[in-house]
Design a protein around this ligand. Structure first.
Ligand code: FHN
Length: 588
């Protein structure tokens, strides 16, 4: 029970971090300040600290999950942890190599942990001797070198600073195994360590792009305001992440590993790590492939945000091989296709079965993830005068025509890139926002999805994010349809079925014992398909969440036309499920 209460508290602490900074409409001056950030689209997060030495293992035990939380998980006393500094000697650290690697990977800004929750400053600090220059045999300040190299390379540098959690300090947040939480005086910690160290970072390393605060925990509105004000006093143009807390900051950071539903206006960042851990873990091999990174970056750009993708360097300063390889591969794609990412604005149409779009004035970028069997795709835009249509990577023309249904492209049997092949459409005319188009079902694709993002919900039904994790702190998120409890709570989609034939309809969802046995109805084309909800497992955000794919209908289409698909409970009762997506598959 106590364990659960503690877990709940930590959970609140972490998720207090996920706050929106963009409540009001930005002023022209704010827009100017965030311009570089909104155009950057791709940043590299670096989690580096004493935790890298242990790489997830302590006293022979492997701590699966996020490795930078080792001290908290193993409850290592601050005095014992402090001694790790004597062993930290990153002799292979080479700032020039890191920055040229970032540049070759297509990165526009770097955010590095100047001080993570362990409390160790990875920079020379006069405020605390627990820093890399004074406490390690390395004796140098890697942040100085990094700042100089970033400046040379034209890459913006940002510092991550854990402003509330500091497991080394009696008055810092988080460490309750050494220090009594009830006796903590957070204002003393802010005044004597956090704010003076932030001053050091803002006054000793040249112009910074941003300060990336994290886990504001118990901070009050006034305290968050104070941190924000201090940053602006020392560097008025330095941006501040929304994790300064209490709805403040210059841009929004979503939860770790979260892509928000639909398009989000205002500057924002999705935060992912390359594998599952932020700090280096010697046994975490769940690395995102170049294809996954490229599609993630493209999808986030199409929703109007940046991707801040993390690497966890080893204690000696080396970047893990697979991170190097896959980031560089992404960089190669960006050399050819970067125009469709950097400086673009969000998509004006919904995601399509073939992929997504991004925009620049007079240019539409069509990101093709998969081609239909007949190579014909229709982009739901109207009234454009086409000037040229070509592949971004090789400039070869693509057959295109404006039809009454939209812009039609005829793709070749082989795409120039199977991960994301980008078509550029140069046009005149005005493209208007048009998210209100039906979903397309066509036999030209092996399967297609109805995602919650653009669903129509009625009654108490909501589109909301479900959060869970696998090991520890490696958060996963799924946008779901929730709160379907009575027949008036309903989710629906408009679907343009292109060809006749049978379509298999499958629901992908998670449901716990509270929903087990509830009955729902899928309605389409005047037919009702009843189904019973199966239990997939208990929900606990600290545990994996199991998803089931349950086929509930086969729809025989004799007439291709517009259909409405609805899902609702058969009768009032308990919540049906967390519905992640509906999969439609042409029957062959
Ligand atoms: O607790 C930290 C975690 O270690 C990591 O730094 C992430 C990165 O966004 N932020 C916190 C959890 O949200």
């Amino acid at each position: 029970m106590i364990k659960q209460i503690i877990a709940f508290f930590i959970c609140i602490l972490l998720y207090a971090a996920t706050v929106s900074a963009q409540s009001a409409v930005a002023t022209p001056a704010e827009n100017l300040k965030t311009k570089w950030f909104r155009e950057a689209r791709f940043g590299m997060f670096i989690h580096w600290g004493l935790f890298a030495q242990h790489a997830g293992t302590y006293k022979g035990k492997k701590y699966y999950g996020i490795s930078e939380w080792l001290q908290e998980r193993a409850k290592i006393p601050a005095k014992e942890y402090e001694k790790f500094a004597a062993e930290f000697n990153p002799v292979d650290f080479n700032a020039a190599q890191w920055v040229s690697f970032a540049k070759a990977s297509g990165i526009k800004y770097i955010v590095i942990t100047a001080k993570h929750h362990e409390g160790f400053a990875m920079f020379k600090s006069m405020v605390s001797a627990f820093n890399i220059v004074d406490a390690t045999p390395y004796k140098k300040d890697p942040m100085k070198e990094l700042a100089a190299e970033c400046k040379k390379a034209g890459i913006r540098l940002g510092f991550y600073y854990s402003q509330f959690q500091d497991w080394h300090e009696p008055n810092g947040g988080g460490n309750d195994w050494d220090f009594d939480n009830t006796k903590k005086d957070y204002p003393v910690y802010y005044a004597t360590k956090a704010i003076p160290q932030i001053k050091e970072l803002l006054t000793n390393y040249g112009d910074l792009g941003l300060i990336w605060f994290d886990t504001p925990g118990d901070m009050t509105q006034e305290q968050s305001k104070e941190f924000l004000k201090k940053v602006k006093d020392w560097q008025p143009n330095c941006l501040v992440s929304s994790r300064v807390g209490n709805g403040l900051g210059d841009y929004t950071d979503f939860g770790d590993g979260e892509v928000p539903a639909g398009v989000v206006k205002g500057p924002w960042e999705a935060i992912f790590t390359h594998n599952d851990s932020w700090g280096y873990s010697s046994f975490d091999n769940n690395f995102k492939t170049p294809k996954e990174i490229i599609r993630l970056l493209t999808t986030i750009s199409s929703k109007g945000g940046n991707l801040l993708l993390n690497i966890g360097p080893m204690a000696n300063g080396k970047i893990p091989d697979l991170s190097q390889k896959y980031f560089l591969e992404t960089g190669k794609w960006l050399i050819k296709n970067g125009q469709s990412i950097y400086g673009t604005t969000c998509s004006l149409i919904k995601p399509q079965p073939w992929g997504v779009t991004t925009n620049k004035p007079g240019k539409l970028f069509i990101h093709i993830f998969q081609s239909p069997l007949n190579g014909k795709i229709t982009i739901p835009v109207k009234g454009l005068t086409l000037h040229s249509v070509y592949w971004l990577s090789n400039k070869k023309p693509v057959a295109a025509a404006m039809k009454s249904t939209g812009l039609q492209l005829q793709l070749p049997p082989l795409l120039p890139d199977t991960r994301d092949a980008v078509v550029v459409v140069e046009y005149s005319g005005t493209m208007v926002e048009n998210y209100d188009t039906p979903e397309v079902w066509s036999r030209q694709y092996p399967e297609f999805y109805l995602l919650p993002d653009y669903a129509t919900v009625k009654g108490n039904a909501t589109i909301s994010t479900v959060t869970y994790s696998h090991y520890f702190g490696d958060w996963k998120h799924a946008v779901c349809i929730k709160n379907l409890q009575s027949p008036t709570d309903e989710v629906s989609f408009e679907i343009q079925v292109k060809e006749k034939g049978d379509y298999k309809i499958t629901l992908e969802y998670a449901a716990d014992k509270n929903s087990e046995g509830e009955e729902g109805i899928l309605e389409i084309a005047g037919q009702q398909f009843p189904f019973q909800v199966l239990k997939t497992g208990e929900y606990d955000e600290w545990k994996p969440l199991s998803w089931i794919r349950q086929t509930v209908a086969i729809l025989s289409v004799t007439q291709p036309r517009l259909y409405t698909l609805k899902i609702k409970p058969a009768r009032a009762g308990r919540e049906l499920f967390n519905l992640k997506r509906i999969i439609a598959e042409p029957v062959e």
